[in-house]
Design a binder for this molecule. Sequence first.
Ligand SMILES: Cc1cc2nc3c(=O)[nH]c(=O)nc-3n(C[C@H](O)[C@H](O)[C@H](O)COP(=O)(O)OP(=O)(O)OC[C@H]3O[C@@H](n4cnc5c(N)ncnc54)[C@H](O)[C@@H]3O)c2cc1C
Length: 380
Amino acid sequence: MSTITPDALVLETIERVCRSEIAKYQTEQFYNTVPRPLFKAFSDAGLAGLSVPESHGGIAASAKTCAAAFERISRYDLGPAIFLSVHAMVCGLISRFGSNEQKESLLPRLASGELLGAFALTEPGAGSDAQSLTTEAAIVSGGFSLKGNKCYITSAGFADLYVVFARTSDAAGAGISAFLVPASTKGMSIGSPEKKMGCELSPIASLFFDGAVIPTSALLGPLNQGFRVALSGLAGGRINIAACANGVASAALDAAVRHIKERKQFGKALSEFQGLQFMVADMHSRLEAARLLTDKAAQDLDSPSASVSSTRLSSSVAKCFATDAAMSIATDAVQLLGGAGYIKEYLVERYMREAKMLQIVEGANQIQRMIIARDILEAP
Ligand SMILES: Cc1cc2nc3c(=O)[nH]c(=O)nc-3n(C[C@H](O)[C@H](O)[C@H](O)COP(=O)(O)OP(=O)(O)OC[C@H]3O[C@@H](n4cnc5c(N)ncnc54)[C@H](O)[C@@H]3O)c2cc1C
């Protein structure tokens, strides 16, 4: 009888899908798209249902398993890890805040990969200060009418279902509600994919709402409680971003170690120079610390006894530390490869571009530091 645990099975499956599928899509033809066959390959292996309860067709993976999953995928390419982690965030929000009808009609389709989910919070005038968003959801007969713009939305134009945050009252944080908006909604349109620095296999674009009418049943969670919904998604999302950073950092470190062991200068391998050995030691130590913090944050999220504030603190600490570590490790990897580090074929320049994105998304690292400092300074 096999002794393999369900978590190990998930990771083994991910490794197999990444190894056989991702390389096919790492070409310009697929840049700034979500390649649907790639999403299908992950979905067929059960991975679109990572954050969906078993009762609704998913595999209900723990935060720890999700983090391990996203670290694995990011070692191959950050793009699919990002669109899958946003999809997982949407699944988690519907599982936690959805009505029975929303769960029954949407979760099995999200888990099977029939639907791809996206999360639309950021606006041109409201990024770090997301509570100042101005997209409006006015009450109309039978539902709400959406007016406003979102920007930088992962999978926009490729997703089938958007969680859209919009203002339903003038009260600052308390005036926001979350809505489930299908891509086919009349009055909603999507901009062209942005041309960005990296993470080519995960597109971003703007959403425009011009009187898009959605039914009352589209409300996700209670009216005017949408910011709480957003923060709940971001707590898990930040752990997954930390995990993605660890994947990018470990790929960069491996590439650098391989290179300095092979490359000879001054009659010996670069790895024999103590100056470079010390760089490798620091890179490894940073990565190990980042993994431990990510693990701690995932354990907190999985623990039924952890408080909201301790979960918020540990996920911000993990996100901030791991993504800064990934940026530093990827930058050092480029340096260790010398001229080759600057050439695309050697991949480390890609890891550097990917790490930069991770310092910005799901709350830029200055915002994580604000959250951490506030939690420490306001603690009794
Ligand atoms: C590739 C990519 C994918 C994304 N995907 C999504 C998505 O799926 N859904 C979504 O809703 N959004 C998404 N975003 C948006 C992302 O979450 C925002 O870009 C991010 O929150 C920062 O907001 P901003 O770009 O408006 O920067 P700004 O808020 O303008 O901040 C600019 C800089 O100022 C700093 N700053 C801001 N306020 C303070 C302060 N009070 N003190 C100190 N420093 C401060 C920030 O940290 C940042 O470094 C994505 C962005 C990118 C690049």
